[in-house]
Design a protein around this ligand. Structure first.
Ligand code: CFM
Length: 545
């Protein structure tokens, strides 16, 4: 025998796995979940339909977060010089305080409010008599203490229920203060079915109140916006290092390591590069319609994907010296990557992984696993929409009661600031040469046939999946971490990176290979046995079973 690897005891068939996962549900729940659990049969351009962006069934322990989390934590959290004032009970403010690993480098002005927790700390009496006066006082206090350029007010659930008029307060305070932009977000936790609604609410307000407000010209020959990159674990720092080396000027990242001024200048870029499609694709569209900036999809997770994305950016600008410079950077960076792959591959090849993260990493991280010779046997998003699974050709999606709740901004070409960066003919020629605009194929076509694609996975199903399919590694978040590890399977957090990272770009890829190699080859997991697995003491059954 050439191989010493132990054969898995469990042989599985995707149809059986799916049946097992929903076997315990009442019939109505099972029917709904069956539409969100898909056995991948993606063939060329035809992808099977998956149900996504629908309400979680009450009682099910979902992996999702709330709309407020998507607005305050995800989109606005990483911007350092906007005071984020949470209007609500203190718990909402406290739990959104540095729990996402946004990183920032305060600039010369040193202005950075990310490490503060601002809240109106609503009490019972505010819920009964209204919290508006308290909010006005809090805005004034934050202004007096810090004199920030901007203050964002975030509504938590009770604010929506009692009807405090946060937008009028913001408008009045902006006028009163004079040199501070104040705007508010109606991002009550219950507003949508997940974080995704909060992304949209946040982005709409940034687009409405900030983008396009700074016309002081930004220098740079190849100017882009990087949309949907949040600098978790320093990913954005690594991407910016590569951009700098290539001669790319990043006008504005939405919103990793960003500032108010960057958003305000975003209309000066000549291309938008979209990383996390789910959280921001509509901003890319709005930037194009209002200012004439085309957009392409990129991915800086995975060394090959990074090289490919850089080449796409270079191709767009059609400048030979720039194209050569990008090639030179790739040629300089790749030898270290290749050496790291050669080191880990004998130990990682053929191993299996599962990835369940928010709305884009479950797709992007497949690149890194592929580079390590590993197969992703099941993956899915917490809150993505059908286009993130099946590709943008399914757009526009049917509007339902929940999506109708989330505002869609109608934008038109700006009479002063709109100018098309390329003519129609130029764009068509680039498309012909292989550069696709406004394009995203989604996760499904990138996964092998017979794999399982699962939307809004929950605690029960995660445990079933792991028990039945025994992956070599499971990737998700902190809520899943310990229940999976107790099953004897290593678990990697792909939201917070378990305090590791960066994993983006070339250097990030190398970090990731080493870390996954250590995790999937550690023997410690096979020794895991819970006391009740050795000595079961109690067993019970329901009478109806
Ligand atoms: Fe986009 Fe994100 Fe993600 Fe997301 Fe998120 Fe995140 Fe995520 Mo956690 S914006 S959808 S809401 S890539 S916080 S940086 S890791 S769930 S997959």
């Amino acid at each position: 025998m050439a191989t010493t690897a132990k054969k898995k005891l469990v042989q599985w068939d995707p149809t059986d796995i799916k049946a097992e996962m929903i076997a315990k549900y009442p019939p109505k729940v099972a029917r709904k979940r069956a539409k969100q659990i898909m056995i991948n049969e993606a063939l060329e351009n035809e992808t099977p339909e998956i149900m996504a962006n629908v309400r979680t069934i009450p009682g099910i322990i979902t992996m999702r977060g709330c709309t407020y989390a998507g607005c305050k934590g995800v989109i606005m959290g990483p911007t350092r010089d906007i005071v984020n004032l949470v209007h609500g009970p203190i718990g909402c403010g406290f739990y959104a305080w540095l729990t996402r690993r946004n990183q920032t480098e305060p600039g010369a002005d040193g202005e950075n409010y990310m490490n503060y927790c601002f809240s109106t700390d609503m009490q019972d009496s505010d819920i009964i008599f209204g919290g508006e006066k308290k909010l006005i006082k809090a805005i004034q206090e934050a202004y007096d203490l810090f004199h920030p350029k901007a203050i964002g007010v975030f509504a938590t659930c009770p604010v929506g229920l009692i009807g405090d008029d946060i937008h009028t307060i913001a408008k009045n305070m902006k006028e009163k203060l004079g040199d501070c932009n104040v705007f508010a977000f109606s991002c009550e936790g219950y507003k949508g079915v997940s974080q995704s609604a909060g992304h949209h609410i946040a982005n709409n307000q940034v687009f409405r109140h900030v983008v396009g407000k700074n016309d002081v010209p930004k220098e740079g020959e190849f100017k882009i916006n990087l949309l949907g990159e949040y600098n978790i674990g320093g990913d954005g720092f690594e991407i910016d290092r590569i951009f700098k080396k290539c001669g790319i000027t990043n006008i504005s990242t939405f919103s990793g390591n960003s500032t108010y001024d960057q958003f305000a200048s975003a209309h000066q870029a000549d291309l938008s590069a979209v990383m996390c499609h789910r959280s921001i694709n509509y901003v890319a569209d709005m930037l194009e319609v209002k200012y004439g900036i085309p957009w392409i999809k990129v991915n800086f997770i995975g060394a090959e994907a990074t090289a490919k994305s850089l080449r796409k950016i270079a191709m767009y600008f059609e400048n030979q010296a720039f194209i050569d410079r990008v090639e030179k950077v790739i040629a300089e960076e790749m030898p270290d990557v290749e050496a790291a792959i050669a080191d880990v591959l004998p130990r990682t090849k053929g191993k299996t992984a599962m990835i369940f993260v928010g709305g884009s990493r479950a797709h992007h991280y497949q690149e890194l696993f592929k580079e390590m010779g590993m197969k992703v046997i099941s993956a899915g998003y917490e809150f993505a929409h059908r286009d993130d699974y099946e590709g943008r050709q399914v757009l526009p999606l049917k509007v339902d009661a929940d999506s109708r709740n989330i505002e869609e901004i109608k934008v038109e070409a700006d009479p002063k600031l709109f100018h098309p960066r390329k003519s129609k003919e130029e764009l068509e020629a680039l498309e012909k040469a292989g550069l696709k605009f406004r394009h995203y194929d989604g996760l499904i076509p990138d996964m092998e046939s017979g794999t399982l694609v699962i939307d809004d996975l929950n605690q029960h199903e995660a445990e079933k999946l792991v028990e039945l399919m025994k992956p070599d590694i499971f990737c998700a978040g902190i809520k899943e971490k310990f229940s999976i590890q107790k099953l004897g399977v290593p678990m990697k957090q792909l939201h917070s990176y378990d305090s590791g990272g960066p994993y983006a770009g070339f250097k990030g890829a190398i970090n990731f290979y080493h870390e996954i190699d250590r995790l999937v080859n550690s023997k410690v997991w096979s020794y895991m046995k819970a006391p009740w697995q050795e000595n079961p003491q109690l067993a019970g059954a329901y009478v109806w079973e």
